[in-house]
Ligand binder design. Sequence first.
Ligand code: BGC
Length: 740
Amino acid sequence: MKQEQVLELLKQMTLGEKVGQLIQVLGEDFLRDNVDITTGPLRELNLSNEDLYNVGSILNVVGSENIRKIQDEYLAKNRLKIPLLFMADIINGYKTVLPIPIAQGCSWDTNIVYDCAKLSIEEGKVAGANVNFSPMVDLVRDARWGRVMESIGAEDPYLGEVFAKTIVQAYQGKDELNSKNVAACVKHFAAYGAVEAGRDYNTVDMSEREFRQYYLPAYKSAIDSGAKMIMTSFNTVNGIPSSVNKWLLRDLLRKELGFKGIIISDFSAIEETIAHGVSIDSKDAAYKAITAGVDIDMMSRAYSNNLKNLVKEGKVSEELLDESVLRVLQLKNELGLFENPYGNANAEAEKRILMSKENLNKARKLTADTLVLLKNENNILPLKKCNKIALIGPYADNIGILGSWSIFSEGVKIPTLKETFENKVGKDNILYSKGSEILKEKDINRILLADGKKPIHLENEEENEKKYVKEAIETAKNSDIIILAIGEHYKQSGEACSRANIEIPRIQQNLLNELSKLNKKIVAIVFSGRPLVLKDISEKVNAVLEVWFPGVEGANAITDVIFGDINPSAKLTMSFPQDAGQCPIYYNHYNTGRPQRGDFRFVSRYQDIPTESYYPFGYGLSYSKFIYSDLKISNKKMSKDSKIIVAVKVKNDSNVEGAEVVELYIQDLVASVVRPVRELKAFTKVHLSAFEEKTIEFEITVEMLKFWNEKLEYKAESGKFKIFVGTNSKDTLEEVFEYE
Ligand code: BGC
């Protein structure tokens, strides 16, 4: 449709029809044979039958058959034949579930992040999704927050920036959005990752400098890359909830960042401003949200119950409403839905590509590059095939490894570690024992009840616990090596999954304690959605492989790495703490006036634990051994029109071919405001064959030196800068240059 036709359509719309476009409801209500709005969520939204066939978009129902059914029925009743938009959370895969986003980021590889996003969206697209609620680019520093698992750049603003762009382009294409693609909805604007004490939905209060320096860049990058939508966050930003925060949405997002797309609230966030204590009632919330700039109300009653009256009473101008409606109509038009309301939904293609052999093979390869080797004493890994392996632990034969966003893949059949290990080395060489449950009954039930699910009852829990451990010990006795598959439950990370204690559940720690008495070599495979406190575990075992929630091909990919078919190359994008008491902990912190010096007393440190993280940002091992040498810079001085070339030699000092992520950090030594002890500014992944050496070059530009100064201007200041290059954020070579 031409732009004039879209404007013409808008003119024909009644007030009710306009408001409808700004409402999003759950799709499942449309799927009931007789839509009955006297019950269920639609009743709560106070929608009449007429309203229902005017709503602009629906949430989280996809599948080509569903889409066709809903769209047909909807269009039959919609006066102006304006098609519905189908929006969904296809976060780490639709049917072919891939590693959770934090794991994908650990690849430090835009090709891998791109391929994961592409595979997810190609599947989601034929299932009929028009908009994907991804990427999630919230900067995260506190592992207690359950949603760190969703963050693609995790702790680092630069990684966030790079991957935000990568994912938006994978969904929308590199040019203008068209009907072949899916619109990206970047979330959660803004600073949701900074919720106090890591407790979900909690307050965020920070200086504007901090916000601009660390939290804003990834959202900005998604916007600059053309993301068509943005979702507000649940939290307050400096005293005002995001969904009614005029400064955030109008001044910053629309005016300063120039965002022209649709702003959608998060689920029921508009009405939640009543609980926040900034809106008197639903009408007040609707008024505040629309004037602040929220176009679509996701699942609260605020817009459906009040927008019409607010316009009739002259409190909200119809022009303001029209701006929002036009944005929604324009997106529908860009996606070609007026011509073809089913979009890319295609039953034949669903059969052909969802979890196809090709996609599973791709997933297996992509997944292997997200597994982080944290410890490998005496090169105990990769395992030799001839070993008799005791495969023990609650994750040894478990399919609950897809992560908490695997909402479209319930019931898919996936291989377990037990099966993939047996395939690799034969049944006779694998001695399996469960060893323990993931959690005790009371802990599982707390999760199930919070999800509105029925509690479970584990009969004879205490006795079974002992029995499992005993069996595990008997099994392990006959083995050459123990592989222990442990971790948190996949429902212990994700939304509303904050935890004060981020250790491996005690029941599994007991299992390890007992097994370690056998004095056998132990390799721990750790499943988690967040950095866990692994100190105790790590000290008791010989190797640790962090596998996150790795998705449908997780077991195969882990097997590939454990047996050396693939050499691990992933690195952490979030610091692993020594203790939850260190959270929030991040590598790019400021110095205090009293940095730690030996055992001095009056310095910034803890009395009982070290100050630094247990596994640092950027850290991860390989089966190859990489040596860095000869860091050189092309010039000791740099001006705003010149550049410096940094060169470093990286040698693979082993007979195993491998890939190494080379990381470059910069520190501004003296500035008008405190600057971080180091900040990631560039990285590259280099492939090196056995004993090969390469010289890696980076270009230092003035852009890398800029920051939000004393006057909140984004500028570089003259003075000395330190460059660090190395294998992680701690082990680096250094050089100094001056910027004039
Ligand atoms: C989450 C969002 C998600 C939305 C729709 C909310 O609870 O915070 O990340 O996109 O639900 O499912």
